[in-house]
Design a protein around this ligand. Structure first.
Ligand code: NAP
Length: 319
């Protein structure tokens, strides 16, 4: 099988397509024949050596979708031939096959494409975790999705709308803002426009929003705290550096800044996330948006694209 391998940390060019033997499942394991791979910003941080990584050489990637090719002894939840998506893997997702623990594999509901299946694990996982497990968002509250045009943002819009929240979403390009609107945001703002956060106060009659999902905290956290409602919660999903805040903005509101990482999710929390995603995929409220599909060999280009401005849903690799 073909797989992307990384032998050293570095730029996108350190990812090379290589041929490896087919995978064999051990007890409790599943081999998935991969039809689509989701590219996430975290894949680029790991490739660059900025995050903990497996020993060299390794295959990057967490999110894949495809068919079950083989199951090991004791596997009960899935059968050979079944369509599934992964949420983490044992062997890496950027490949024609991936090895998973049984609990990392979830059935792909009817009508959901492989590319959409490969968009679920990390983006929908963290969007759900941020909204409901960290912020404990409630129907009737207003959420600002600060960076709503990408993989996590579009997932968060759909999840928040389905749960009865009012959604304000931001995008950096006209195309991205159009997508944010199509996905169901009630109001759409341009995060590059001067003083755009004053609009958040106007849209909430001066009260501010109860929840903020923040994709770029190093740029926005200080400003976020000024548009929070009393008892508001900011969830830091993404950050690429330090930031200065005025702590008094949290005191005056009894506000909370909540960090989150999908890597901290417990097995029980995972089970909750994927049960909720299954329900949303089945009732049609969750529909991942695919912006671009590239061949697996173009993984280096995908890593450049995923960090460029102008996000539009997900970037998918096709093995
Ligand atoms: P993505 O698809 O590349 O989207 C990035 C988003 O950030 C886009 O909506 C982009 O908007 C927006 N953005 C750019 N500049 C911004 C600004 N000044 N203010 C607000 N938003 C801005 O990436 P993703 O997969 O959605 O991930 C988003 C972030 O969350 C990344 O930093 C990622 O590493 C992080 N993340 C963290 C976890 C975790 O476990 N904590 C899990 C998944 C992702 P435009 O391109 O339209 O400007």
């Amino acid at each position: 099988m073909q797989t992307i391998r990384i032998h050293e940390f570095g730029g996108p060019e350190v990812m090379r397509l290589e041929e490896l033997p087919d995978l064999e499942p051990g007890p409790g394991q599943v081999v998935v024949r991969v039809k689509a791979v989701g590219v996430n910003p975290v894949d680029t941080y790991i490739r660059a050596g900025m995050y903990p990584a497996p020993p060299f050489p390794f295959t990057p990637g967490f999110d894949a979708a495809g068919e079950v090719a083989a199951i090991g002894p004791g596997v009960q939840r899935v059968a050979v031939g079944q369509k599934v998506y992964t949420a983490f893997t044992l062997s890496g997702a950027y490949a024609q096959q991936t090895l998973c623990e049984e609990a990392q594999v979830h059935p792909l509901p009817l009508g959901i494409s492989y590319a959409q299946g490969a968009s679920l694990g990390v983006p929908y996982g963290i969007a759900y975790r941020a909204l409901f497990q960290r912020a404990r968002a409630l129907p009737g509250e207003t959420v600002l999705i600060h960076g709503a045009s990408g993989g996590v943002g579009t997932a968060a819009i759909q999840l928040a709308r389905a749960a009865g929240l009012t959604v304000i979403g931001t995008g950096g390009t006209p195309r991205g803002r159009e997508l944010v609107s199509q996905q169901g945001a009630h109001q759409v703002l341009d995060h590059h426009a001067p003083a755009y956060l004053e609009e958040v106060l106007k849209l909430t009659q001066g009260r501010g929003v109860e929840v903020i999902l923040e994709m770029l905290a190093n740029v926005n956290l200080g400003k976020d705290l000024k548009v929070l409602a009393p008892k508001g919660r900011v969830v830091v999903i993404g950050s690429r550096g330090p930031v200065e805040i005025d702590p008094r903005d949290t005191m005056s509101r009894d506000a909370a800044i909540l960090g989150t990482s999908l890597f901290n999710t417990t097995p029980r929390e995972y089970a909750g996330i994927h049960a909720a995603l299954a329900a949303g995929l089945e009732n049609g409220t969750l529909r991942p948006v695919i912006g671009r599909e590239l061949p697996l060999a173009d993984a280096p280009r995908a890593h450049q694209k995923v960090l460029e401005p102008g996000a539009y849903g997900k970037i998918i690799l096709v093995p």
